[in-house]
Structure formats: C-alpha cells, structure tokens
Design a protein around this ligand. Structure first.
Ligand code: OAD
Length: 253
C-alpha cells in the first residue's frame, strides 16, 4: 500500500510541473506500461510480475524463443488479443494535445510500450524503442509485416518463405533499432524538460535516457503511482494515475 497523496501537495507539484513545461522550448516524454494500465493492459512488473509462472525476462529473450517458441508465442498472442478491446485513455490523449501545443521539432514522444496506443490516440511522431506487437518478423527472410489485430496461428510461419515468424519486439539481450534509439537520445539531449510517465525505469538502455536528461541539465517530471528508480533524477513527482494527472497538468499550462 502507498501512503495517500495529500491533494495540496499534488496541486503544488502540478503547478511546479506546469511551470517547467511552460519554460521549456523542447519537451521530451518517456512512457512505459503504466500509461496503458487505465486502458486495461497489465503492466510488466505488476501483480507479482509473473506470466504463467514465468518472469517477463524469461519469455522475452531470443534464448526463450529458441528453447520454446510455442510458449513465447502464447505470451505474445495473449498480449495481442488484449489489444482488441484496449482503447487509448485520457493520459494518451493528453500527450496528443501536448504534441499539438509544442509543434513539430519541439516535442518527442518516446515509448517503451509495444501496444500502439499512442498512435491510436493520435500522437503523430512516436519513437517506439521496443518494437510493436502489431508487427511480425520472419526468422528466415527477415521480412517485417504489420499484422494489426489479426489472430495469428499458435506458431505462425512466413507466407513467402515458410520459416517461423517472431514478434517484431526488442527482447532482452537484443539491440534497440538504431535509428529510433538515436532519435530518442537526440531528443533528450536537446530538451529542457523530460516527463517520465508510468515506467519502473529499470530496463536499460531506455532508463538511461532519464540520467541523460540530468546530464544535460533538463528538468525531470515523474508521473507514477509510486516512487521508482527514476525518482532520484526527478525535480517534480506527480504521484497518481497518469489518466488523471496528465489531463489536469494540461489544463494548467
Ligand atoms: P513496468 O511494469 O516495469 O512498470 C510500470 C510502472 O507503471 C510502475 O512503476 C507502476 O508503478 C506504474 N503505473 C502503473 N499504473 C499506473 C498508472 N495508472 N499511472 C501511472 N503509473 C502507473 O513497465 P515498464 O517500465 O514499461 O520490455 O517496463 C519496461 C520494459 O520492461 C517493457 O518495455 C518491457 C518490459 O520487459 C520489453 O518487452 C523489451
């Protein structure tokens, strides 16, 4: 259980955060699974952090896929299925408004999420660090396809070449897509304010962006239900659900 948040403290923190955003010429936002929690999607490390008795780190690796592709596909097919009913929430929508407010070149939305809900909400430029649940990649010919919300076979194979498909997700022990990572690092290096929303900030290199903001002396605003590994870098903590905090913050700008 977390101690209740004093509403006065939250108002003061929101005012401070709004001031930091107004003062920033460039704003970057890093999101994690928490922003989609109010859309009904489970976070990775919530509720014991286990899936069918496996730690996420054990199903989201190339070794796990080699050992038992059926298990890994069951995990990802279940996550794809949960997307069919998930809709963006008020937190995603607030970030769309923020992008419109800052305009091209002054706003970057960097996400660790693979659920596509930022785009579904209307965010135009989204840097997806960990890939996308909608896409599959062939382990043989390397072709990448967007399969949207289509129901896939238990062990899907590539139509052109017949080899096994894998989710187009960045797994533990794999490199992030170079162009996406470079754009994200660049956006943080140039921002005056980084907002970190709904992430436990323990998975690298994504979490390293928060320390990088500190390094360039950007202000850091954290939005989360609780304190996290990011908190040591944060100038302001907005404790509460992002679907409530972000719209409130937006109204104060
Ligand atoms: P986690 O599950 O580790 O953390 C979710 C965070 O969201 C926690 O800090 C929660 O306190 C917070 N949270 C939950 N509900 C919230 C709400 N309504 N509003 C605000 N915050 C809320 O998820 P990530 O940090 O995104 O990687 O995990 C990072 C990466 O680890 C994922 O991208 C994934 C995973 O393994 C890959 O798949 C490669």
């Amino acid at each position: 259980m977390h101690p209740p948040v004093d509403p006065d403290d939250l108002t003061v923190a929101l005012e401070k955060a709004a001031r930091l955003i107004r003062q920033a010429n460039r704003l970057a936002v890093l999101t994690g699974a928490g922003i989609s929690a109010e859309s009904g999607l489970a976070t990775f490390r919530g509720a014991g952090g286990l899936w069918e008795g496996h730690a996420v780190e054990d199903v989201a690796t190339p070794m796990a896929f080699e050992r038992d592709p059926g298990l890994v596909w069951r995990f990802y097919n279940a996550r794809r299925a949960s997307l069919r009913t998930a809709r963006p929430n008020l937190g995603h929508e607030a970030l769309v408004r923020l992008e419109e407010r800052f305009g091209d070149g002054r706003f970057a939305l960097i996400t660790q999420n693979v659920d596509g809900l930022h785009r579904a909400a209307g965010s135009r430029r989204v840097l997806e660090l960990h890939g996308s649940l909608a896409r599959v990649r062939c382990t043989g010919c390397g072709i990448i396809e967007d399969r949207g919300q289509e129901e896939l076979a238990e062990l899907p194979h590539c139509t052109p070449c017949g080899a096994l498909l894998r989710p187009d997700i960045v797994w533990f022990h794999e490199m992030l897509p170079h162009d996406v990572w470079t754009a994200a690092a660049d956006a943080v290096a140039k921002c005056q304010c980084l907002m970190v929303v709904g992430t436990s900030a323990i998975v690298y290199p994504a979490a390293g962006l928060i320390a990088a903001a500190d390094f360039v002396d950007a202000r850091v605003i954290e939005v989360n239900l609780e304190r996290t590994a990011a908190s040591q870098h944060a100038n302001v903590h907005l404790l509460g659900p992002s679907g409530q905090i972000l719209p409130r913050l937006l109204r104060m700008l």
